[in-house]
Design a protein around this ligand. Structure first.
Ligand code: DQA
Length: 137
């Protein structure tokens, strides 16, 4: 099984960025643990701060991979283009947010991805990525 985690803007700063909201662990540390725990899964990760690059990666993997785990970060709430890309591809997309966006500002309550996602996982910290992974089994 081939699964990719696609992370959007500012998620390269996990571990340094607002630790009270996003925790102290870097994504690389977390991803290494995930790879060790699930050696039979072909796991990939990609991060970009650029909207078009995220769309390119969704298109590139979205007809080939078995699953996409997408945290589009701030673009979740603004990007018609990423929403359309999720709708366009064949691969099921699970939307993940580390924080519980519904306990935060109102502008974080809107998602352009959710209507076309297979499911949505919010508020469980980095564990949300693992829960998303398990949803593909
Ligand atoms: C986030 C929530 C978004 O509102 C925010 O812009 C992020 C991260 C999360 O994982 O909790 O950058 O997607």
């Amino acid at each position: 099984m081939k699964i990719i985690i696609i992370n959007g803007p500012n998620l390269n700063l996990l571990g340094k960025r607002e630790p009270g909201v996003y925790g102290n662990m870097t994504f690389e540390e977390f991803f290494n643990e995930l790879e060790t725990k699930y050696p039979d899964i072909e796991l990939f990760q990609y991060q970009s701060n650029i909207e078009g690059e995220l769309i390119d990666k969704i298109q590139e993997t979205g007809f080939e991979f078995d699953g996409i785990i997408l945290n589009a970060a701030a673009y979740t709430h603004t990007s018609v283009g990423i929403g359309d890309a999720v709708k366009a591809v064949k691969t099921p997309v699970v939307e993940v947010h580390i924080s519980n966006v519904y306990q935060r500002e109102e502008f974080r309550h809107k998602s352009f991805i959710s209507p076309n996602a297979k499911g949505v996982i919010v508020g469980f910290g980095l564990k949300g990525y693992e829960l998303a992974l398990l949803s593909f089994f």
